[in-house]
Write a protein that binds this ligand. Structure first.
Ligand code: C2E
Ligand code: CA
Ligand code: CA
Length: 589
């Protein structure tokens, strides 16, 4: 028996407590404290941390030793021996529920006190040992359940269970805004994304059937090693089913980091293996999805990365591919189109057409709207309504949009230099561009490279872009305005069409959509709306542009009602730069 054993006494009768203390000391125990009530007991036991508690069941008033014991057992493991003068069955049953280590009936003999304590301490020691062994077993079982026995990597179950933990880890390590919700709230802050790389061998079932399971397992182990040796320590690698592996990378800012790594991984993984002097060649493919862009749940992210692999397989495998919603559509045409869109910029397949914007009073061209055209080698001219949504979905709109801005400024600058000094240009901005945090910097850079006066650059935004995040938009607009640019609200009439609401935003021009302009001379409703829109805009000191004017009669109506500018087929369709310059020479000189 350990003479240093610390014992605590809960006993409401002072004399009983004192005699018990003396007995214990006689037996060589240390009495670290006594208490006569629930509150005192709880506090001192937590402070003195005894090895054993002698607990009187019946305490003064409503106090009860059993309640103290069950509360103690919630946050600590201390063996308890109950002291009781008499025991009715109900009370003893209740005491039993708290798994006590012994009972001592008062009055007790000192030998009984000694043996009851001994038994309790032995029992406690034994149970503690069993619990530790159980925990070890549990750990082993967990390991088997969450690790793959061939590669020793975590398995799919482990990946699924730990995904949130991994996000949290990245979050703490790099200040990653790990909560998808938060990211969605501040779309401009999608500056960090987490890539999920799904690696899969292209013909694994064939290899296994031809060469047997030993070779297959050898390859799986080898690939696991190669993957582990090719990535940062922080990367989480799991083996999924069959020949599939998943890698979760630390947060990155651009997708290119992930595609660069995919390239390297393919090179390293696809080197031939030597098995018993025999060379084995393998090909693998990598599908990529990004948290939270393509899903917030790991299962969804894996599914999407897998879709990208299926797509690669259709074109022969041995590549990497970022998941895109177009893959979902299973529309081969769209899939081809999208993969071509990825290369359209570098292949110089884009061109800007310009549609003149005309002053209704003078009939002179005051500027133009830059409208993007894609000259696809196979399919010819593709309309923006087809490829702009695709570019938006895939994020390509960011680089394409930058190209449009720079080219429009460059070409318009050229025309300004050739004598059309006050010519302005309007460029359409997509929601993704507008919400990008670095838009002001990008614009400033483009303006300085092209030496373009920002007063002649007009950015066209739709009402829905502004309304999707009003406070952010307001800040954005103020920033752009302070740089000297002009802002137009595009397609007014197709969305919420609330002038009273959007007047809270800083902008210069309202563009009335073609649906209101159409047949304005005979459609009374359209006429009434357009008329009041023009009046209200003027009261708010806004300019008004009418879009899609096709008929003389429509133009006449707009003229009568003091509309400022118009665009439309009546004057000119969108035309290539050279033709636009000729048109300017004809009409404005
Ligand atoms: P939008 O900004 O409303 O552009 C006006 C559209 O109306 C253009 O279609 C133009 O060709 C067409 N249009 C002009 N006058 C008439 C007319 O009298 N009658 C008819 N029926 N249509 C007329 P387009 O060029 O096909 O562009 C479609 C949309 O694609 C644009 O609508 C714009 O939202 C988007 N877009 C075009 N270029 C870009 C770009 O560089 N960036 C972004 N983000 N979006 C662009
Ligand atoms: Ca527009
Ligand atoms: Ca428009």
């Amino acid at each position: 028996m350990n003479k240093n054993t610390k014992i605590f006494i809960v006993e409401d009768e002072l004399i009983a407590a004192e005699s018990l203390t003396m007995d214990l000391k006689k037996l060589g125990y240390q009495v670290v404290g006594t208490a006569d009530s629930h509150q005192k007991a709880f506090k001192s036991i937590n402070e003195t941390k005894p090895d054993l508690v002698l607990m009187d069941i019946q305490l003064k008033g409503n106090d009860n030793g059993i309640n103290i014991a069950s509360e103690l057992s919630k946050n600590s493991k201390i063996p308890i021996i109950y002291l009781t003068a008499y025991g009715d069955e109900k009370t003893l049953n209740k005491a039993l529920e708290t798994s006590p280590y012994g009972y001592l009936v008062k009055p007790y003999k000192i030998e009984d006190l000694q043996s009851t304590i001994n038994v309790a301490l032995n029992k406690f020691q034994h149970i503690s040992k069993v619990e530790i062994t159980l925990a070890e077993h549990q750990q082993k079982l967990n390991y088997l359940a969450t690790n793959d026995s061939i590669t020793q990597l975590p398995n799919q179950l482990s990946l699924v269970e730990n995904f949130n933990g991994i996000l949290e880890y990245f979050y703490q390590k790099s200040n990653f805004k790990g909560l998808a919700k938060k990211i969605k709230e501040e779309q401009e802050n999608i500056s960090q994304i987490i890539p999920i790389l799904y690696v899969s061998l292209d013909r694994f079932p064939l290899i296994r059937d031809d060469l047997g399971h030993d070779v297959a397992n050898f390859l799986l182990k080898g690939i696991a090693k190669r993957l582990q040796n090719s990535v940062y320590l922080d990367t989480f690698i799991a083996r999924l089913e069959g020949d599939e592996f998943a890698l979760i990378l630390p947060p990155i800012k651009t997708k290119q980091v992930a595609t660069d790594l995919a390239k390297i991984l393919l090179e390293k993984v696809n080197k031939p293996f030597m098995y018993k002097n025999q060379e084995i060649f393998i090909d693998s493919s990598i599908g990529i999805s990004f948290y939270p862009l393509q899903g917030e749940q790991i299962n969804q992210l894996l599914r999407n990365a897998q879709k990208a692999i299926e797509q690669i397989r259709q074109i022969g495998g041995n590549q990497y591919q970022i998941y895109s919603p177009a893959l979902h559509s299973h529309n081969p045409k769209q899939i081809v189109l999208e993969s071509q869109l990825h290369h359209a910029l570098e292949n110089n397949e884009f061109e800007i057409y310009y549609q003149p914007k005309v002053n209704i009073k003078t009939g002179k061209i005051i500027g133009s709207e830059a409208l993007l055209r894609w000259k696809n080698k196979e399919q010819g001219l593709i309309a923006p309504s087809v490829f702009i949504p695709l570019a938006e979905e895939t994020g390509l709109i960011e680089s394409i949009g930058e190209w449009v801005l720079e080219t429009a400024c460059n070409q318009t600058k050229l025309l300004q230099k050739r004598g059309f000094t006050n010519l302005s240009v309007s460029v359409n901005l997509s929601i993704r561009q507008f919400n990008k945090e670095d838009l002001p910097q990008k614009l400033t850079k483009i303006l300085s490279i092209t030496a373009f006066n920002p007063n002649f650059l007009d950015l066209e935004l739709t009402e829905s872009i502004l309304i999707s995040n009003p406070s952010l938009s307001q800040r954005r607009l103020n920033m752009l305005k302070s740089l000297g640019m002009k802002i137009s609200i595009d397609d007014f009439g197709t969305g919420y069409s609330s002038l009273s609401y959007i007047q809270n935003f800083q902008f210069d021009t309202l563009k009335i959509d073609r649906c209101f302009v159409k047949d304005i001379d005979i459609n009374h409703k359209n006429a009434a709306i357009t008329k009041s829109l023009i009046q209200m805009s003027h009261q708010l000191k806004l300019h008004v542009v009418a879009e899609g004017v096709e008929k003389e009669s429509e133009l006449a109506f707009l003229q009568q009602n003091n509309c400022d500018y118009f665009q439309g087929y009546l004057f000119s369709r969108p035309i290539p730069f050279n033709e636009f310059e000729m048109l300017l020479q004809n009409k404005n000189k």
